[in-house]
Design a protein around this ligand. Structure first.
Ligand SMILES: Nc1ncnc2c1ncn2[C@@H]1O[C@H](COP(=O)(O)OP(=O)(O)OP(=O)(O)O)[C@@H](O)[C@H]1O
Length: 252
């Protein structure tokens, strides 16, 4: 469903070349729920932007649902849903329901399918109370639920999430995690999740990939991840050691 083959993306910054993503190869198969970890500046957002076609790789190959994202961005838009936790894709001054209607038009979603999906998403994400509220008046947790609904209205095969639980309280986090688990289990949606919240990883991801300095530094199960530092007491401890070079890194 997602395939990177020696993908790279560099930027020229004041005559210096920054290799944000470097020689990165991995495959995510349909239905997987994969955590994508890495320290600040590791290259996670750059990877995600290449997956959505916002950025073109400067080397190697990227494929999502068999498509080259930067060349087939419009076709891919119907197969992929994306949530950037730090930004909203909704229209700031419009009520949530109007944003959803616009998305229906943009993605050419059949009206009957749209109605039934919106009903289901409204129920599971508990959006009913604020469907008519302008996005700018929503709390962060409400807005995030709105963004998740917007990303799923066209029933994408792949969902890419960039810090979807950032800034949320424990109850909102639990509700979003429960929702994501169900979307993956019940609809078979492939999920790639970037987060700095290791609770998200522990509770949701069967597989974890870790990127550091633009390169894949670890790819394995959560148990494999914990085994990189057997004497560590928590996932925070394990990941801290990996980020600071104090654990044995292995890749699948
Ligand atoms: N448009 C750009 N121009 C120049 N450099 C960039 C650009 N985008 C990203 N970079 C650089 O590429 C590297 C990777 O950035 P990226 O945003 O992908 O990291 P990240 O893993 O998402 O970090 P964070 O966890 O802090 O969000 C950083 O060194 C960053 O400064």
């Amino acid at each position: 469903m997602i395939e990177l083959d020696r993908a790279g993306r560099s930027f020229k910054v004041k005559k210096r070349i920054v290799h944000a993503v470097n020689d990165l190869s991995f495959t995510v198969t349909p239905g997987e729920f994969v955590g994508y970890l890495g320290p600040n500046g590791a290259g996670k957002s750059t990877t995600i932007k290449m997956l959505c076609g916002i950025l073109t790789p400067t080397s190697g190959k990227v494929r999502v649902a068999g498509l080259d994202p930067s060349r087939k961005r419009t076709t891919l838009a119907r197969r992929i849903g994306v949530v950037f936790g730090q930004r909203t894709t909704l229209w700031w001054d419009l009520p949530l329901t109007d944003s959803f209607e616009l998305i229906r038009h943009l993605y050419k979603v059949d009206r009957t399918d749209f109605r039934s999906r919106l009903r289901e998403l409204t129920e599971t994400l508990e959006l009913g109370e604020f469907l008519r509220t302008p996005v700018r008046q929503l709390s962060l947790g409400q807005r995030m639920r709105g963004d998740l609904a917007a990303a799923l209205l066209h029933a994408p095969d792949v969902l890419v999430l960039d810090e979807p639980t950032i800034g949320l309280d424990v109850v909102s986090k639990a509700s979003i995690r429960g929702f994501l688990r169900r979307v993956n289990a019940e609809q078979g949606t492939t999920v790639l999740l970037t987060t700095h919240d290791l609770g998200d990883i522990e509770r949701l991801c069967r597989r974890v990939m870790l990127i550091d300095h633009g390169r894949l530094a670890f790819d394995g199960t959560l148990d494999d991840l914990m085994a990189t530092a057997p004497d560590a007491s928590s996932i925070e401890d394990v990941v801290t050691r990996l980020y600071t070079g104090g654990a044995t890194i292995t890749t699948q």
